[in-house]
Design a protein around this ligand. Structure first.
Ligand SMILES: [Mg+2]
Length: 505
């Protein structure tokens, strides 16, 4: 099978991430059950709580009934008001933990693609090539000793298998560093492409890594519901389902011509390859969020007092995150976008200001400029139903001569170019978050637009999605009784069946 054998790709995925962040933050014993809640809903369930039957579909009250000893941690509430309509939640804790993890990953691995707040693809190909030398086969095999190997195992005399073994060693080292330095466990998949690596990382959660040798790929596809393949979960997958097929191998029965007739040439080629485990997509180095947004849907603020209160709260949240980002990522946002929804016929308006430069008194300068801008904006009229502040257009800060540059180019609030205005008329009452986030320079590419989604909303939805995925994954673990934290002594051979079969609760 013509799989890209030269590449070694790992997919790393933190285990029940939000829950782990709280466990580390609060120093909770790793065997203690813990859930993260937002109001009455549960957005993250750690593995000890899952063992006790808690799921993300439970309400907080149900969690306590199922597991009275379960620790419930509410996401951070920024506002003094603790009731839902007037309160502002923040996911900063999780973003900051994510930034620390990515900083560590980038220290060790050159080609890193941030797939989400807690997931990354790593292209290990060059590192593997450098490490690949003449090694004793037994020694090589032992280097994959903390991995589960799908199918019939690995043959270190094969170049592709040896590459996987070395990739596994690098991934294992990285996971150990994340654990030892930051306290988090993660799972990983190591394969020859992104799709297979992503499938594999979900197979043996938590705290385990899974290898996908080329020799097992067809066996995997025989039983794999094609919907589990990351790009076939949506519309295209729905169209395939209409053919009455379930597994990837069943889709293989359609030749390229038949697929082209049904789906067009481009999608046909993609489907033809992907159900055979072929994925040529690159790991695109990207590790930092492109923008940061602090936003709040309001229930019709009627006056400046209310608006100013929210502006201060949002600006303060954004400013805190910017300070952290400046420290971790050594960069500065150049633009500040204000979005608001106002008027009796709701309209979405976004305006871009240059971000006040320099940290000194910056929060106050941001507020002053925003208030001045809004007061001079004709479309800003009460009631206000939404406010959002986005820091964007990041530029790396010079590592050296920073203070000299600052001296030479002092921040000049109030002396910059005129704000850029962008007004969008809403066609309905609830235009959806995507619309809010189309910044003035938003590219038309839908994939890029999706990245501009509210980080907060995206993180929250992601947390839910991850939890759902994790729940499914947890129920499909190998029935080996592994605790999840224990490291294995010998290489293990995994069967594909164990991933596909649902274990009894
Ligand atoms: Mg995860």
């Amino acid at each position: 099978m013509a799989i890209c054998e030269d590449r070694v790709i790992a997919h790393v995925d933190l285990d029940a991430f939000y829950a782990q962040v709280e466990m580390v933050r609060l120093g909770v014993d790793e065997e203690a059950p813990l859930c993260v809640q937002q109001w009455e809903g549960v957005i993250a369930v750690n593995y000890p709580a899952r063992k006790r039957g808690v799921t993300r579909f439970d309400k907080a009250g149900e969690v306590k009934k199922k597991c009275p000893e379960c620790i419930l941690v509410h996401v951070e509430v920024l506002s003094e008001e603790q009731e839902q309509p007037k309160a502002k939640v923040s996911l900063a804790r999780y973003r900051e933990a994510s930034a620390r993890i990515f900083k560590l990953i980038l220290r060790e691995i050159e080609r890193v693609e941030r797939a989400s707040i807690d997931e990354a693809y790593l292209d290990l190909t060059d590192m593997v090539k450098k490490r690949r030398g003449i090694r004793d086969n037994d020694e090589n095999l032992s280097r994959a000793s903390d991995s589960i190997i799908l199918g019939e195992g690995l043959d270190p005399s094969r170049k592709d298998d040896l590459s996987l073994i070395i990739g596994s060693e690098i991934t294992s080292d990285l996971r150990r560093m994340i654990r030892e330095e930051l306290g988090y466990t993660c799972s990983a998949g190591v394969a020859h492409n992104k799709t297979l690596a992503k499938l594999a990382s979900a197979m043996n959660k938590p705290n385990c890594q899974t290898l996908v040798p080329n020799s097992c790929v067809q066996g995997l596809m025989e039983k794999l519901p094609f919907r589990k393949i990351r790009q076939l979960g949506g519309k295209l997958g729905g169209e395939l389902e209409a053919l009455g097929v379930e597994t990837a191998a069943q889709v293989q029965c359609y030749n390229l011509e038949e697929l082209s007739r049904r789906f067009g040439q481009k999608d046909a080629h993609f489907v033809f390859d992907i159900v055979r485990g072929i994925d040529r997509s690159e790991v695109v180095p990207r590790s930092k969020p492109k923008s940061m947004l602090a936003a709040k849907s309001l229930s019709g603020e009627q006056d400046w007092d209310g608006v100013n209160r929210w502006l201060r709260m949002l600006a303060s949240e954004l400013h805190d995150r910017m300070l952290f980002d400046e420290e971790v990522n050594v960069r500065e946002a150049r633009n500040l976008v204000i979005s608001f929804k106002s008027g009796s016929v709701p309209r979405t308006t976004s305006k871009t200001l240059p971000m006040p430069r320099g940290q000194s008194n910056r929060l106050e300068r941001m507020l002053k400029e925003m208030q001045s801008l809004l007061r001079n904006t004709p479309s800003f009229s009460f009631p206000i139903d939404f406010l959002g502040l986005t820091a964007t257009n990041f530029e790396d800060k010079p590592a050296d001569n920073e203070s000299i540059n600052k001296f030479l180019k002092p921040s000049a609030p109030g002396s910059h170019q005129a704000p850029i205005e962008k007004v969008q008329a809403s066609k309905n009452e609830n235009p959806g978050i995507k619309k809010w986030l189309l910044g003035p320079k938003a590219p038309p590419d839908p994939e890029k637009q999706a990245e501009e989604l509210s980080q907060e909303t995206a993180d929250f939805l992601l947390a839910k999605k991850l939890q759902r995925d994790d729940d499914i994954e947890a129920s499909r673990q190998y029935s080996t009784g592994k605790s999840g934290r224990a490291q294995l002594k010998k290489p293990r051979r995994g069967t594909i069946d164990s991933f596909l079969q649902k274990a009894p609760d």
